[in-house]
Design a protein around this ligand. Sequence first.
Ligand code: 13P
Length: 262
Amino acid sequence: MAVNRVPLLAGNWKMNLDHLQAIAFVQKLAWTLKDASHDFDAAEVAVFPPFTDLRSVQTLVAADKLSIAFGAQDLSMHDSGAYTGEISGAFLAQLDCTYVIIGHSERRTLHAEDDTVVAAKTAAAVKHGLVPVVCVGETAEDLEKHGPSAVPVAQLRTALEGLDAGADIVVAYEPVWAIGSGQAATPDQAEQVAAALRDVVREILGDEAATRTRILYGGSVKSSNIAGFMREPNVDGALIGGASLDVNEFSSIVRFQKHVGV
Ligand code: 13P
C-alpha cells in the first residue's frame, strides 16, 4: 500500500443477504467499527449487496450518516430500453452507489461475459458517474500455461481501452483459483501481478492515473492474511467474498492497520 492511496476494503456479498438482513448487517458493521474507533479516512469501507438491497442500504447510510460506501455487483452496458432483467448504471447512480463491480470471474464464467462486454460495462459505469471495480484474474490452467500476469494484463488492457485519462477506476486482481478456495495467493504473487496491472493503467491512462488508481487483491482474504497483502506497495486493499459476510471478521479486515503494524 502506498501512502498516497487510501486503502479500500470492499465486501462482495455475491447472492447473499436479503434487504432486511442487509440493513441489520450494515448497522452492526457501522457500530462495530465505531466502537473500535475506526478511522474511515484512513481505510475506506464498501459493501456490494445484491440489487434488491441497494435502496435499503442507501436509506440507512443516508439516515444515519454512515461512512460506508456501497455499490452494485454488475450493471448493463446499455442506458435503458428493452433489456429484460438488466439494470442501468443511471439507476445505480440514482441510488447513490459509488462503485460497481464489473467482470467478476463468476460473471465471466456463469454469464459468458468476455473482455468486450467487460469493456462496454466499464465505459457505461464511467459514463454514469460510477467507479467501476474492474475484476481480472487467471484460472489455474492459465497460471500453468501463461504464468500469473499474462491473462489479467490482457483482460485489463481491453477493459480500459477507450477510457479518458481522468477516469476514476479501481482494479481488482482476483486469481480464479484463489476465489472461495481457502487458497489465497501469496502477498508476493499478488504484488507481482498488481505491479503489472499498474503498468497497464500507466500505459493506457497515463502516469497520474497509475499513481492514484487503487489495485485490490481478492481471493480467500481473511483477517489472518490481510496483513501480508497490505504491506505490498502495489496492493491498495482487498475485494472480500466469504469473509465479508461475517461482521466481526470483515471489521477485523477493515481494521488491518491496527493489527498488522503497517
Ligand atoms: P472469497 O473471498 O470468498 O474467496 O471471494 C473472493 C471474491 O470473489 C470477491 O469478489
